[in-house]
Write a protein that binds this ligand. Structure first.
Ligand code: PMV
Length: 336
């Protein structure tokens, strides 16, 4: 029996930073799913005495991924008992290049979790209809155990995690105004992360600003959710920038301290701050725990944004280093 699924990466506007217990967030986070940056997965299962798996990434075996996958499977085994008596052949590929700063762990764990939930349905449904809401919610809670932010890669458009539930993400209502968001990812550096997100989350436990950060994230979360519902563009733009700057400030003030931006990130950010002052077009930007910049704007402003990029950014960052993505519709099972 086999199944195919695909899931997108997502970009957080209110950042998940710091965790407790079994992969539960210290604060609520809110993100949107991307459209083009996706992981496709195919899982084929065969009856066996015990659980075992093989893993191929872009057609090649990838033993370096095994420890992370073993940990993931041991965490989800109780939720998917069929695994205990099957051998899995997992093949995955990404639609975006590896190490571009796009969170491939989010799309991979979301795609794998949805495929596994689909397999569970095929094995045990006995003709009952597939309940998408229940299946996606279960996939979200499984994906979280692989990588926290992966739980926000199931549903389309905006997803939140840590307000309604600590263990799975839910869809966030948004005004039609936000349905055409573009996300141009400016790849300043495609090398390995200087600090893993696990280390970053860990640093929050002893952080001097821990409690204030939790308060700030809760405030930003409430304000952003209200702005998305009302169509309040100005608040959306402001909160998104403020969150990105807070995340980097937290890394700079942690012990030990990390500087995750590169000189080119700072150069680009200065140009973006200046362009915002001209109030020519409404746009915002964010960064994850790395040097790359997500430039976020509305589809109707694409020609103006492209002109700005041509004049100000492409002379310092080649256009080939820009991945042009947009808000997307979430994960899918591809029933054969
Ligand atoms: O899911 P993780 O453990 O890789 O953490 C992701 C953390 C950020 O990308 C910085 C923020 C977020 O909410 O996605």
């Amino acid at each position: 029996m086999k199944i195919r699924a695909s899931a997108p990466s997502n970009i957080a506007l209110v950042k998940y930073w710091g965790k407790k217990e079994e992969q539960k967030p210290l604060n609520p986070s809110l993100s949107f799913s991307l459209e083009k940056a996706k992981t496709d997965v195919q899982i084929e299962i065969k009856k066996a005495e015990n659980f075992s798996f093989e893993f191929f990434f872009e057609g090649k075996p990838k033993p370096s991924f095994h420890p992370k996958l073993e940990k993931f499977f041991s965490k989800i085994m109780g939720e998917l008992p069929f695994l205990k008596e099957h051998h899995l052949m997992i093949e995955t590929s990404n639609t975006f290049p590896h190490s571009t700063g796009i969170a491939s762990s989010a799309s991979s764990f979301a795609a794998m979790s949805l495929a596994l939930v689909g397999l569970e349905y095929l094995l045990s449904s006995k003709g009952a209809p597939f309940n998408q809401e229940i299946a996606y919610t279960k996939a979200s809670s499984l994906a979280r155990l692989g990588s926290g932010s992966a739980c926000r890669s199931l549903f389309g458009e905006f997803n939140s995690w840590g307000s309604i539930s600590q263990t799975f993400a839910t869809k966030v209502d948004c005004h039609p105004r936000f349905k055409t968001l573009q996300d141009y990812i400016l790849i300043v550096d495609d090398g390995e992360k200087s600090v893993s997100s696990s280390e970053g989350h860990e640093l929050m436990n002893q952080h001097f600003y821990r409690e204030r950060r939790i308060e700030e994230a809760n405030l930003h979360f409430d304000l952003l959710r209200a702005a998305l519902a009302k169509g309040d563009v100005e608040s959306f733009l402001e909160i998104t920038i403020s969150e990105a700057m807070s995340l980097h400030a937290l890394m700079m003030t942690s012990k030990p301290s990390y500087l995750l931006m590169k000189p080119l990130s700072v150069e680009i950010l200065s140009k973006l701050f200046k362009f915002r002052q001209s109030r020519d077009i409404p746009f915002t930007f964010t960064l994850d725990a790395g040097p790359n910049i997500h430039l976020i704007f509305f589809r109707e402003d694409q020609p103006k944004m492209e002109a700005f990029l041509r004049n100000e950014i492409y002379p310092i960052l080649h256009e080939k280093r820009v991945i042009k993505d947009q808000i997307g519709q979430g994960a899918k099972i591809l029933w054969d």
